[in-house]
Write a protein that binds this ligand. Structure first.
Ligand code: ADP
Length: 488
């Protein structure tokens, strides 16, 4: 179907690294191949952090990728794309300019008459005719976004690129604007017929897209492309619409919550230094112990759909998936399909006292190769004091696709919560935890598990759990502050 249409934007083997060439380099997109042809609405869907915004900016020529080519109408794109206009989530208006001043910005090179004619037309289209001389501070969020859309449309772009354009708006305003954009796209007399949009909202994606590009993280990549040929205007209650929504639920869950998270941990082999025992650590999702315990307290005996969980928590799907992944890595939940199911160990955790919760978490995280690496690194140091910077360097070497500093913070947060390590904030060194007056010797706290990953599930507790409290105790993890991070 699309082959007959002219390709407008083409991405060929595009990868992007922020801070390329520095020790903080961060590969956010890997080998993206995608073509947007005229009369298509391509929606980039995926959890936050998978590189959607970066990708749409690359398409608009606002970011040059570190690898690969971007073509516009079959010509190599250098600089800002001549045919693509962007609408930003946070409106990006100049507060010192009126609506008129903001909207006219992209067409300053045209004659005054031409500018005026376009301005009147575009303000009419977005329903802002009466607000030409208002300042952004005098407008509601929805009206500000109308200005953003008018500014994008005034240049008669061939492609309208929108980065989460409705997510900063209240539900009703977002609904109204969505309908209006939908009408523009469906209007055969309006020149705008091609759109690229970023969202993490599945229903929004199905509402607009002719193709939904589902992205995955670590590094950001295209997972699946789902075509959507439902006719416009689309009815969100139509069974076919719901079917595509369900299909995307399934894909996103499978992509972001693979069933084998726990099974993968510790089984990756690599050529590393001897003290890493030739076993690559698996990264920890960047969440705190408190978040995992909070999630556990919500789970009942019945499996719970991860999308329902996200709704109950009022959190973005991707954020909930990160917490679920951490819980799965620690063997507190299983994730068959898109369900989250508490394990016997998870149940024990929920009904335990705060001290026992720490013990259970400690036993579980000591099974992770990344903690094994940490403990070994501390033990080979003189005085068993591991400089933070050295740990960051080791993390970078062991997990080259991870951002070492956030990972360092996560490790520290879990290690301190579970009383495995402590941080000397003055000297920026990490030591093994030594319990004060509790009789728990540090050697006991850090006795290493065998190199081979232990079988699951974990051994039952030595002592019976305390009576279950109605609301399980959730202790805030000891989060290291940014002061803990050595300045680079
Ligand atoms: P998404 O839109 O899917 O949430 P982004 O493209 O905004 O993803 O970000 C992808 C990754 O790149 C994130 O880890 C984010 O922190 C990082 N990132 C985004 N912009 C920058 C930047 N200007 N400098 C460094 N890292 C960035």
């Amino acid at each position: 179907m699309d082959t007959a249409r002219q390709p407008l934007i083409e991405l060929r083997h595009v990868s992007h690294e922020y801070n390329a060439g520095t020790s903080d380099k961060d590969l956010v997109l890997s080998d993206i191949n995608l073509t947007v042809s005229e009369h298509e609405t391509v929606v980039l869907l995926g959890p936050s952090g998978c590189g959607k915004s970066t990708l749409v900016r690359i398409m608009a020529g606002l970011i040059a990728p570190t690898k690969g080519d971007v073509l516009y109408k079959e010509k190599l794109l250098i600089g800002v794309s001549p045919g693509v206009s962007m609408v930003f989530q946070n409106f990006a208006l100049f507060p010192w300019l009126t609506v008129r001043g903001n909207v006219l910005l992209p067409v300053g090179h045209l004659s005054a008459d031409d500018q005026q004619a376009r301005l009147e037309k575009v303000l009419q289209t977005v329903g802002l005719g009466a607000y030409e001389y208002s300042y952004p501070r005098e407008l509601s969020g929805g009206m500000k976004q109308r200005v953003g859309i008018a500014r994008a449309l005034i240049a008669d772009p061939e492609v309208l690129a929108m980065d989460e354009p409705f997510s900063a708006l209240d539900v009703l305003t977002a609904e109204t604007l969505r309908n209006e954009i939908g009408r523009l796209l469906a209007d055969p007399n309006h020149p705008l017929r091609t759109m690229v949009m970023v969202t993490h909202n599945i229903v929004e994606a199905v509402y607009f897209a002719t193709r939904i590009v589902v992205m995955a993280t670590g590094p950001g990549r295209i997972d699946v492309i789902v075509p959507n040929s439902l006719p416009y205007p689309r009815d969100t209650d139509h069974p076919e619409f719901k079917k595509i929504v369900e299909q995307l639920h399934g894909i996103l869950t499978h992509t972001n919550m693979p069933d084998s998270v726990a099974a993968v941990a510790g089984k990756v082999t690599t050529k590393t230094a001897d003290n890493r025992k030739r076993i690559a650590p698996v990264s920890l999702p960047n969440v705190g112990a408190g978040e995992v315990l909070g999630l556990m307290s919500l789970l009942g005996d019945e499996p719970c759909d991860v999308f329902d969980l996200a709704e109950r928590l009022g959190k973005e799907f991707g954020a909930v998936v990160r917490v679920v992944k951490a819980a799965e890595l620690l063997e507190f939940v299983r994730t068959p399909g898109q369900d989250v199911e508490i394990t016997p160990l998870g149940k024990e955790l929920v009904s335990s006292s705060t001290a026992d919760q720490k013990r259970i978490v400690r036993e579980q995280i000591m099974k992770l190769k990344i903690f094994e690496l940490l403990i070994r690194l501390i033990k080979v140091q003189e005085n068993q004091c591991l400089p933070s910077e050295e740990l960051i360097r080791e993390l970078q070497a062991a997990l080259p696709h991870e951002k070492p500093r956030p990972l360092f913070r996560t490790l520290l947060s879990w290690g301190r919560y579970a009383e495995i390590i402590s941080l000397d904030q003055r000297r920026h060194v990490i030591r093994l935890y030594e319990a004060k007056g509790s009789g728990r010797a540090k050697s006991a706290a850090v006795s290493l598990p065998p190199i081979a990953p232990p079988p699951t599930p974990a051994a039952p507790p030595a002592t019976p759990p305390a009576a279950p409290p109605s609301v399980p105790a959730v202790e805030k993890p000891t989060e290291p502050s940014s002061d803990d991070l050595p300045k680079s």
